[in-house]
Design a protein around this ligand. Structure first.
Ligand code: AMP
Ligand code: MN
Length: 322
């Protein structure tokens, strides 16, 4: 564990009075868990002057988490802060540029676990081996706090369980289970929390999933499975952008598939999500298109028509598979 940087981070937090917390655009369970747990930690230290802001706010699914209600959705944050905590975002563009770190913040702390992570802060706690960013937040809190509260544990466990897809993705390691055990000891009920996270789908979400799976196409001798989530499909099913999150897991689950692709229509192009089952490094593909992620889960956005985007993406993935 990078003990020195954790110590320095704790010192910087201790010294700060005003704090700015953010994560990446389209935040996921890990993002929200890091922000909310960090907010609870700041409060525990008596530091109540903080702003949590995400360009895309907080997904409904995670609104039940303590302090999730404090997350504001904004294109630009006003004011200045002693400390910025940039959590689970591998580079500054990933935050959606909602703040000017050079002029609005004195000390920038970056905590991240992505393969594509860039040390853009004054203090950078980067750990590619960490299954979730939540565990890194746990390590920071643990270094200073006398008590990991039940609320903190609830947040952190949410990051851990969602980022590892219930402890079964390739990032799942002994440390993930160890931290999970400590969080359960701190009061998390995995069954109750699991129900809240995975058993509360609504009808538009399931309809979108059904339609997306009906539209799967398979190529490259069954090794690539693709589905396209168009705006029209979203309209027909009544689903929102957050309802697209879990689809790719089902696409990847098809037997024989090595790379799953979901193309989601957004703005003037498509958000491309990639998942690999096996040795293919989809991060390498995503980086070529200006995105990033992990070896087996990565993403990026491309402008342009579906046909052109498909052509570009397939040619890169075909190369990886050959
Ligand atoms: P997604 O396909 O959006 O679920 O993302 C899969 C993984 O790739 C996550 O770890 C994301 O944080 C990361 N990721 C997605 N899009 C980008 C991007 N444009 N730049 C860097 N990382 C990304
Ligand atoms: Mn994330």
């Amino acid at each position: 564990m990078p003990a020195t940087v954790i110590k320095d981070i704790v010192k910087a937090i201790n010294a700060g009075r005003s704090f700015f917390l953010t994560s990446h655009i389209n935040p996921d369970g890990d993002s929200i868990s890091c922000e909310t747990a960090m907010a609870l930690f700041l409060e525990q230290l008596g530091k109540r002057q903080y702003v949590i802001a995400n360009r895309d706010g907080c997904p409904d699914l995670y609104r039940f988490l303590p302090r999730a209600g404090k997350i504001i959705k904004t294109e630009h944050v006003q004011g200045t802060f002693d400390v910025a905590l940039i959590l689970d975002a591998s580079d500054i563009q990933r935050t959606g540029d909602i703040i000017d770190l050079r002029t609005q913040v004195k000390k920038v702390i970056v905590i991240d676990h992505h393969l594509s992570a860039v040390p853009f802060g004054h203090l950078n706690y980067l750990d590619q081996k960490s299954a979730s960013c939540a565990e890194q937040i746990y390590n920071v809190i643990k270094a200073r706090s006398k008590k990991i509260t039940k609320d903190m544990a609830l947040c952190l466990y949410t990051g851990l369980v969602t980022e590892t897809n219930k402890f079964q993705e390739a990032n799942t390691n002994p440390a993930a289970f160890r931290t999970a055990a400590l969080l359960v000891e701190a009061g998390v009920d995995p069954n109750e929390l699991g129900r809240q996270l995975y058993e509360e789908n609504d009808l538009p979400q399931l309809r979108l999933l059904g339609a997306s799976l009906s539209g799967i196409t398979v190529s490259h001798k069954g090794q690539i499975a693709t589905t396209i989530v168009t705006r029209q499909l979203m309209r027909q099913t009544g689903a929102g952008i957050e309802d697209t999150e879990g689809i790719i897991r089902y696409v990847r689950s098809l037997k024989g598939v090595k790379v799953a692709i979901v193309l989601r229509e957004q703005n003037n192009g498509f958000k491309v999500s990639l998942r690999s089952k096996g040795d293919i490094d989809v991060n390498a593909v995503a980086v070529r298109f200006g995105g990033g992620g992990h070896k087996r889960a990565a993403g990026f956005f491309l402008e342009g028509s579906l046909a052109r985007i498909k052509k570009k993406v397939f040619s890169q993935i075909n190369k990886q598979l050959d």
